[in-house]
Structure formats: C-alpha cells, structure tokens
Ligand binder design. Structure first.
Ligand SMILES: C[S@@+](CC[C@H](N)C(=O)[O-])C[C@H]1O[C@@H](n2cnc3c(N)ncnc32)[C@H](O)[C@@H]1O
Length: 185
C-alpha cells in the first residue's frame, strides 16, 4: 500500500486507547507473539549489554523496550499518540519521527533494531532508505524483525530473504511466514 496515511492513522488511533497494556498498544493482541520472549531473542542476537546505547526504530508504546536493559535507550515512532503513551508509561527518551529519516548523527548508537514495523512501510524504496538510515546511525550491528514473506493482509508490504544476502537470516519468532535479519557493521 503506497499511501502512508492508512497505517499511520491506524497507529495514531491505537495510541489513543485508554489501556496501559503495552501488548495491546503495540498491536499484538490478536497474535501469538510473546513480547518478553521476542525481546530476549533480540537481546541475544544483538548481544545487548548494559553498557550499550540502543536505538529502537518504530518503538511503539514500548512493548519490547520495557525489557531492554542498557546504558541508554532512545525510541523513534511516527505515531504521536504512541510516543506520548511510551513516555507516560515507561519514561523513556522517545522521539516522533519516520524510519526513513532519522535525525541522529552517523554512528550515534552501538546497536539499532526495528521489530514489527517494516510491513507497514509504503514501498521497497522506503524500506531501503530505512535500512540505510539504521546502518548509518549504528556503530556495531542492526536487527530487523518480523518481515513477512506472505500475509493475510494485502495492505502489508512483503519481503524476500534473497534480498538479504549479506545478513544473518533467522526464522520468525511467532509466525512462520515471517523472518528476522541481523547485519554486523
Ligand atoms: C507492531 S508495532 C511494534 C512496536 C514495537 N516495535 C514492538 O514490537 O512492541 C508497529 C509500530 O511501528 C510504527 N511505525 C510503522 N511505520 C512507521 C514508520 N514509517 N516510521 C516510524 N514508525 C513506524 C507504528 O507507529 C507502531 O508503533
């Protein structure tokens, strides 16, 4: 779906929900995803240590962020309502912004990750720019998760494992139609 506004409105509405349940706010309520387990896997794949600085792109209300223990955590999300909820509920440093245009200087963070968002991007060009941005602001490694090869929703942007030849490819954590990738810089 090339039109950005469809999913943007969905996520803007989501953040206006009065619940404090981060799993619901981040849209996992109708899935079998276990956010604690997903966070554990990302921590393992990126070898996140308490001394690391971390950026989460498309961080939502903080479903994963709540489990990340590190020296400094920054989140970015394009939903103003979810940014507000994330700050209210977890008191993290969270910035409103788009995945394809990160405001940070080159190599600002040790590790950068993005989970559960690339299928909401409008097209492959946007996704490529977002990957370039993640690589640009990271020093050591980046992780992108939950990329669908097929989906029940025609509005989801799909991905091909063959486009990630220089990356480590990992099976989906809760959905066999999805995969995760890690890139070491
Ligand atoms: C399924 S939630 C995942 C949130 C969090 N990463 C997690 O796993 O708990 C998807 C998030 O991606 C954000 N998002 C989608 N497209 C985005 C974009 N182009 N730029 C920034 N954020 C985006 C949405 O606002 C939403 O918060």
């Amino acid at each position: 779906m090339e039109d950005m506004s469809y999913w943007k409105e969905v996520w803007e509405r989501k953040g206006r929900d009065t619940t404090k349940d981060l799993t619901i706010l981040d849209g996992y309520e109708a899935t079998t995803a276990n956010v604690k387990e997903i966070a554990k896997n990302i921590i393992k794949e990126l070898d996140i240590k308490e001394s690391d600085s971390i950026l989460e792109v498309a961080c939502g209300a903080g479903g994963l962020a709540q489990y990340i223990k590190c020296k400094s955590y920054v989140g970015v999300d394009y939903s103003k309502s979810l940014v507000k909820k994330h700050i209210e509920l977890l008191n993290n440093s969270v910035i409103h912004g788009e995945a394809n245009n990160l405001i940070f200087k080159d190599k600002t963070f040790d590790k950068v990750f993005c989970f559960g968002a690339f299928h909401y991007f409008p097209n492959q060009e946007y996704a490529k720019k977002a990957i370039d941005e993640m690589k640009r602001v990271a020093k050591e490694a980046i992780f992108i998760g939950d990329l669908p090869v097929l989906s029940h929703r025609e509005e989801h942007l799909l991905y091909d494992k063959n486009d990630f030849t220089d990356w480590k490819i990992i099976d989906g954590y809760y959905n066999p139609s999805r995969f995760n990738v890690v890139y070491k810089l």
